[in-house]
Design a protein around this ligand. Sequence first.
Ligand code: NDP
Length: 246
Amino acid sequence: MKKLENKVALVTGGSRGIGAAIVRRLAAEGAHVAFTYARSVEKANALVAEITGAGGRVIAIGADSANTGEIINAVNETVAEFGRLDVLVNNAAIFLGKDFYEHTEEEYDQIMTVNVKAVYIAAREAVKHLKAGGRIITIGSNMGDNAIGQQMTLYTMSKSSLQGFTRGLARDLGPKGISVTLVQPGPTDTDMNPADSGHADYLRSRMALPQYAAAADVAGVVSFLASDEAGHITGSWVTIDGGFNA
Ligand code: NDP
């Protein structure tokens, strides 16, 4: 029997990057997976075709994490399709690096809505369906512990807040047997942070293992946290940053 057989997972922002790697990995471990996307319709459809072709069960749901109603709908659609929900992975986020003085209030709202509020809304809706053994796993950033440089204040702020969310919700959901964890990647080769970008060498220079992670490296840890083996881990996080924060 596969590690996540009979589990149902919802991954936000699964059309590309780390989210897509998580969708692939959870499906490969036997889970039935729903994932959301906002703009990348073609990539979402291609991922569904790939996983379905390999014998997995997956659906893609268009749902903008900036829209509360669409998040609620995504949770409900997942349960309608697969009959239950065991694992929520809050992955969708945006990065907007900019000089602090140039940020607009609108940008603040944009970052906080997608990176923080959407995590709260999805968790709130998921809790209506999760049973003992359920998991809420959120993708933060190693920047939650380390403001690595300039022009990243709002993003860093959004990711640090996920630590408080993880601690608090672990306490709230502990009595129900639901665990809440945070995964904090460092530089990971995706559209958000390509390994060949202008600042990539600088990032590598700050790592103990001076190479970018692959999205699959993050997905492997998410799959472990979703599994029964990780049942006693809650209210804490795993940082996967090649020793950036060491
Ligand atoms: P990408 O930008 O490569 O992919 C982002 C994914 O999130 C896409 O699938 C995108 O979907 C989705 N998404 C973005 N905005 C929304 C929205 N409003 N509603 C729904 N989905 C949305 O990012 P990564 O894969 O690199 O990042 C994934 C997670 O990992 C994020 O939480 C990020 O903060 C974190 N992280 C990444 C690091 C890195 O170095 N890459 C380092 C540390 C943390 P679509 O294209 O359909 O809009």
